[in-house]
Design a protein around this ligand. Structure first.
Ligand code: FAD
Length: 503
């Protein structure tokens, strides 16, 4: 991993802008070929924007319009999800889901979804009556009429999925540049010159995976044709002792055809409730609000009853990169957004921009489809090359991760005998050891911040939310990175925790 290096740089075959889950998978899939790939990320860690805060559902594929790219991608990605998670050592549970209908309108909707799902190739879908539904999920609103059961829906650890893709890309040779914000793009003599606040990079091909900012990157070389309108979604997280309130992902059949408010188990054994949907001006505004939280509670009680909100341990918000087409107003000449948003992912070369590719408008189910998108995009880029060589040394597997808390006592004792750092529990809520924290720091694309350790090792995810372990993690980061405590950040750039010493 390279932090800030200026000076002479090689010409890369491909520069990928943005190290979220899609950038990670695009880079990983490109590295199945012998290519020099650079991954440029503006933040001090990877997967810190859209990939960081979402519902983490591995969708089955019954929502997308038949024929849309995302329809086929979701179904294939869902079928292959277990395999990719095994390669990358990521936690994934196939929980199944229920879309519940309350009243006549809901019934019509679930039959529509069933029809659409069948067209898209989703397997095993079934309509359940009221009694069958309540037998599976006793906390569902008893006023329910019917539900659509889909066995292939799952939940994944969203941070780990994105991080694993980037880590595996770096393991296979991608060069990751953090704190490197792309500020301009220019094509000169057949090569792209990518200007950043960390110097200039040059490449034959550029793939724009900049999430909420993909429109701004695209407009550096192409005419504006889409705009990303940020749409915030807020959530509650309930402690693991409320974790059996539902066992499956519970959707509501909704009039506006959105996925709406959901109650879902997480891979960590918590319950997640949300998200809301609110269009914003500011792409970085991930604050939570009492107003939206109250709205979520009132919407959710239509589907699941008795949610123990006194077990809420955290609230957070994610921002959807909602793409809208733009066109020029013939009278004023101004660019205007269409009312209708874009119904598919925007993947490929914009007009007149050879060898520059957009991966834009990657809202839900972008997490589910990330590997498929990576594969599709790598295919588009490789098709432009003459004699691309397969990389025989490509390894799709990520080194095994120790999950101490999930091991038997005998296995734990054996580990402690091998490495005494497994004998020191750093996070008491989630039983994460010092050795796991150190591993999170020293893997490729490793953690450099307290929250970076959290996303990789699972520290601070329990009831105390880091109240006890933050100090210990600060000390380990300081020791391992050889930096004073005052220079260790909690999360984003400048989020220092310690301001100085009193004595
Ligand atoms: C509320 C919500 C719920 C969702 N629920 C689900 C779900 O249940 N299931 C599902 O499949 N999907 C879901 N999604 C969608 C999924 O989270 C996204 O599709 C996916 O995370 C998008 O990843 P990305 O890599 O495209 O974007 P990001 O993760 O945002 O990555 C883009 C990266 O580009 C970087 N970048 C931006 N500008 C620059 C620049 N100028 N220079 C350098 N780097 C730059 C950013 O810092 C960022 O790291 C949800 C999304 C939201 C917000």
């Amino acid at each position: 991993m390279v932090f800030k290096v200026k000076g002479d740089r090689p010409v890369y075959d491909v520069i990928v802008i943005g190290a979220g889950v899609t950038g990670g998978f695009v880079a990983r899939e490109l590295l199945r070929y012998k290519l020099k790939v650079a991954l440029l990320e503006k933040n001090n860690d990877v997967c810190c924007e859209v990939t960081r805060a979402n519902t983490a559902i591995v969708h089955s594929g019954y929502s997308a319009k038949p024929g849309a790219l995302k329809a086929g991608m979701t179904v294939r990605a869902n079928e292959n999800f277990h395999h990719v998670c095994e390669e990358l050592q990521v936690e994934f549970k196939r929980t199944g889901s229920l879309m519940i209908a309350i009243g006549e309108y809901g019934l019509e909707k679930i039959y529509q979804k069933l029809k659409r799902g069948k067209k898209n190739g989703v397997k095993g879908m079934k309509i359940l009556n009221r009694e069958e539904t309540l037998a599976l999920e006793p906390n569902i609103n008893p006023e329910i009429v019917m539900s659509l059961f889909v066995p292939s829906t799952g939940v994944v650890n969203p941070w780990e999925f994105g991080l694993a893709a980037v880590e595996n890309a770096v393991d296979n040779g991608a060069e990751l540049f953090l704190n490197t914000r792309v500020t301009g793009l220019e094509k000169k003599s057949g090569l792209y010159s990518v200007k950043t606040d960390n110097g200039v990079f040059t490449a034959k091909y550029v793939v724009n995976c900049a999430g909420l900012y993909a429109d701004e990157i695209s407009e550096m070389v192409a005419e504006p044709f889409f705009k990303i309108v940020p749409r915030r979604g807020e959530y509650f997280v309930l402690d693991t002792d409320a974790g059996d309130h539902v066992g499956r992902v519970i959707f509501q059949a909704r009039e506006d055809d959105t996925k709406g408010c959901i109650v879902t188990p997480t891979v960590h054994g918590n319950i997640l409730v949300g998200p809301s949907a609110e269009d914003l001006q500011d792409k970085d505004d991930n604050a939570t609000t009492q107003e939206r939280m109250d709205l979520i509670k009132s919407v959710i009680q239509r589907s699941v009853v008795g949610i123990p909100y006194n077990h809420v341990i955290r609230s957070f918000a994610g921002i959807r990169p909602r793409p809208n087409w733009v066109s020029q107003n013939p009278e004023t000449g101004d660019l205007e957004c269409y009312e209708d948003d874009v119904k598919d992912f925007i993947l490929g070369e914009p007009e007149g921009c050879e060898n520059f590719f957009n991966v834009a408008g990657i809202k839900s189910p972008g997490l589910t489809c990330a590997q498929e998108i990576g594969d599709y995009m790598a295919g588009l880029v490789i098709a432009k090359m003459q004699n691309p060589q397969l990389n025989e040394r490509f390894n799709p597997c990520r080194p095994k991760k120790v999950r101490f808390a999930q091991m038997s006592l005998e296995e734990q004792q054996q580990l402690v005998r091998q490495d005494r750092r497994y004998g020191k529990i750093v996070c008491r809520c989630k039983k994460v050891t010092e050795a796991e924290v150190v591993d999170a720091i020293w893997r490729n694309a490793g953690a450099r911040t307290v929250d970076g350790v959290k996303r990789r090792a699972g520290t601070g995810l329990g009831r105390c939310q880091g109240g006890f372990c933050t100090e210990e993690i600060l000390k380990i980061l300081s020791r391992e990175l050889g930096k004073p405590l005052e220079e260790i950040e909690k999360d984003g750039s400048g989020s220092y925790v310690v301001s100085g010493r009193l004595k």
